[in-house]
Design a protein around this ligand. Structure first.
Ligand code: IPD
Ligand code: CA
Ligand code: CA
Length: 276
C-alpha cells in the first residue's frame, strides 16, 4: 500500500478543491434551468443534465492532474488506472432531488480513498458558497477557517439528521422507525437530502449527529475525513469500525456517539415490534 506525505495530501486537497469548484459553477448556472430530468432505475432516483455536466468538469480536472489514479464516479462508474491504490469517489451533485425542484440544498463532493480509508475530501455547496475541506493530519476547514464539532453532551439536547435511500419502497430496512424514535428523544431530526452536507454540517457543529443506510462511497468519501478531522467520530451503527462499502454509518460529535448507537441498536427491535 502507498504511503502519503503531508505535502502530497495538501496537493491532493488542492486537486479536490479545483474539481468541486469547477463543478459548482455549473450547478449554479443550471439551477432552475433544467430541460431534462430522468429516473435512473428506482423511482425517485433522478439524474439531470447538471449531474452529467458537473461530473464531466470533475473528470477533466482529475484526468489532467492525476491520470494515474482510479476513479469511481456516480454517473460514469469506474474509470482510470485499475492498478492504482488511490481511488477518487465523485458525487457531482449530491442532493439531486432538491436540485431538480430548485431547492438549493445540494453540493459537489470529491473524496480520495487510499485502501478504503478516506484521505482527502472537498465538499462545496455553491448556493451558500460554502467550501468544506479536510485531509488526514491537516485538519478541517469551512471557507479556509478551522471547524470543530459541537460540544452537545446530551441526546435530549441534540439536533440530528438522517436520510432515506432510494430503495426504501423495496426494503423493510426503511429507516422510518429509527427516524420516529430518535425524533422523540432529541430536539429534532432533519432530512436535508444531501449526505455530504449532513456530514459537513456535523463537522462544523450545526448538527450533533447523523446516521443513514443505503449510502454509496461517493456520498461519503469526502465528508468522512472532514468530519473526523473536525474532531467527530464515525463508525457502524454498533460502534464497530466503519466499512465504507457497507453504506451504513453513524457520525457524531463523538460525545453523544454511544447514546445514539445504543438507541439505534438496543431500543429499535422493541420499537419495530409495534410496526409488524
Ligand atoms: C442522495 C442524497 C440523500 C441520501 C441518498 C443519496 P443523490 O444522493 O445524499 O441525502 O439520503 O441516500 O443517494 O442521489 O442526491 O446524489
Ligand atoms: Ca449522493
Ligand atoms: Ca449525485
Amino acid at each position: 500500500m502507498e504511503q502519503t506525505t503531508l505535502n502530497e495530501r495538501e496537493i491532493f486537497l488542492d486537486i479536490a478543491t479545483e474539481a468541486v469548484m469547477s463543478a459548482g459553477v455549473i450547478l449554479q448556472d443550471l439551477l432552475g434551468q433544467l430541460e431534462k430530468i430522468e429516473e435512473k432505475g428506482r423511482p425517485g432516483d433522478l439524474v439531470t443534465e447538471a449531474d452529467k455536466k458537473a461530473e464531466t468538469a470533475i473528470l477533466e480536472v482529475l484526468g489532467r492532474r492525476v491520470p494515474h489514479h482510479r476513479i469511481l464516479a456516480e454517473e460514469s462508474g469506474k474509470l482510470g488506472a485499475i492498478e492504482s491504490d488511490y481511488l477518487w469517489a465523485i458525487d457531482p451533485l449530491d442532493g439531486t432531488t432538491n436540485y431538480a425542484h430548485s431547492y438549493p440544498m445540494s453540493a459537489v463532493s470529491v473524496g480520495l480513498l487510499l485502501g478504503g480509508v478516506s484521505l482527502v475530501g472537498a465538499v462545496y455547496n455553491p448556493f451558500r458558497r460554502e467550501l468544506f475541506r479536510g485531509a488526514r493530519g491537516l485538519g478541517a476547514t469551512l471557507n479556509y477557517r478551522p471547524i470543530r464539532v459541537s460540544k452537545t453532551t446530551e441526546l435530549s439536547k441534540s439536533l440530528l439528521v438522517t436520510g432515506f435511500a432510494y430503495d426504501r419502497r423495496e426494503t423493510k430496512d426503511t429507516n422510518y422507525p429509527e427516524f420516529c424514535y430518535l425524533t422523540h428523544l432529541t430536539q429534532g431530526v432533519r432530512r436535508s437530502g444531501s449526505a455530504s452536507l449532513d456530514l459537513t454540517d456535523v463537522a462544523c457543529g450545526r448538527l450533533d449527529g447523523y446516521w443513514e443506510r443505503g449510502l454509496s462511497p461517493w456520498d461519503i468519501a469526502a465528508g468522512i475525513v472532514i468530519l473526523e478531522e473536525a474532531g467527530g467520530k464515525i463508525t457502524a451503527y454498533d460502534e464497530s469500525p466503519l466499512s465504507i462499502e457497507s453504506g451504513r454509518l453513524l457520525a457524531t460529535n463523538g460525545i453523544i456517539h454511544h447514546q445514539v448507537s445504543q438507541e439505534l441498536n438496543e431500543a429499535l427491535p422493541w420499537l419495530k415490534s409495534f410496526y409488524k
